[in-house]
Design a protein around this ligand. Structure first.
Ligand SMILES: *Cc1c(COP(=O)(O)O)cnc(C)c1O
Length: 229
């Protein structure tokens, strides 16, 4: 039986291999362990295996976990990666370190106002709708710049980059086309904003292609914690 520690180590070697294959340093790629729906004991097991960055999708659940672990596991870095309704923004502003799914100025402004003064700025990725599916959230490419400009002027937020959930497909050509587009948008944003250093893309089944296209953060849930049923 494999343990959470085993599976983290497998994910880390997949990242290292993918980085090596495209002549990148594997330290440029952060493993974000997506622990949504999983119990706190699983997060602790991952922590004890050296994992520090965790992603949560649901505000209430995320808040409970952050509060439960903040004393004894103070160096966990919490990433909010789910959809956020504006009436729940305070929970993210008060408890998380990163927020990956900003796609509206209204939400950015609320997060900025609600971020406690005692905390470092909230680290922000803009979510891009790279697959152009109507059902997916995120901005069109042409809308990124206006939001980036707004975020860059909010003192309690730091613009770090882009996040996307590509089309779920095993077709490597579709994966490559979407990641190529994202990488270009990311480079453009980096040129305009010096704080930008994060491209959050790639999950279990497309990690190698994502890393070959410049991903700096891969989000992996099931392959570490098992299926969510
Ligand atoms: C759930 C989730 C993941 C992880 O998905 P798995 O299939 O469990 O690896 C990654 N990114 C986002 C935005 C998610 O919601």
């Amino acid at each position: 039986m494999t343990t959470i520690a085993d599976r983290i180590s497998i994910a880390q070697s997949q990242i290292a291999q993918a980085a090596q294959n495209c002549s990148r340093n594997s330290e440029e790629v952060t493993l974000l362990a997506v622990s949504k729906t999983k119990p706190i004991s699983d997060i602790i097991a991952a922590y004890e295996a050296g994992q520090r960055c965790f992603g949560e999708n649901y505000v209430q659940e995320g808040e409970e976990k952050v509060i439960a672990l903040k004393q004894d596991y103070a160096d966990i870095v919490w990433h909010f990666i789910g959809p956020l309704q504006s009436n729940k923004s305070r929970i993210v502003a008060e408890h998380f370190d990163w927020m990956h799914t900003v796609s509206r100025e209204k939400i950015a402004k609320r997060l900025n106002e609600q971020r406690p003064a005692t905390k470092a700025p909230l680290q922000i990725c803009i979510q891009v709708n790279i697959s152009n599916e109507d059902t997916k959230s995120g901005l069109q490419a042409s809308e990124i710049n206006a939001l980036a400009n707004a975020i860059s002027q909010l003192p309690n937020l730091t613009l770090r980059g882009l996040m996307a959930i590509p089309t779920a497909t095993d077709d490597i050509n579709v994966q490559k086309a979407e990641f190529t587009k994202l990488q270009a948008l990311y480079h453009q944003l980096q040129n305009d904003y010096p704080t930008v250093d994060t491209l959050s893309m790639g999950m279990s089944n497309d990690l190698a292609v994502a890393i070959a296209h410049g991903s700096t953060m891969v989000r992996i849930g099931t392959a570490i914690f098992g299926s969510r049923k």
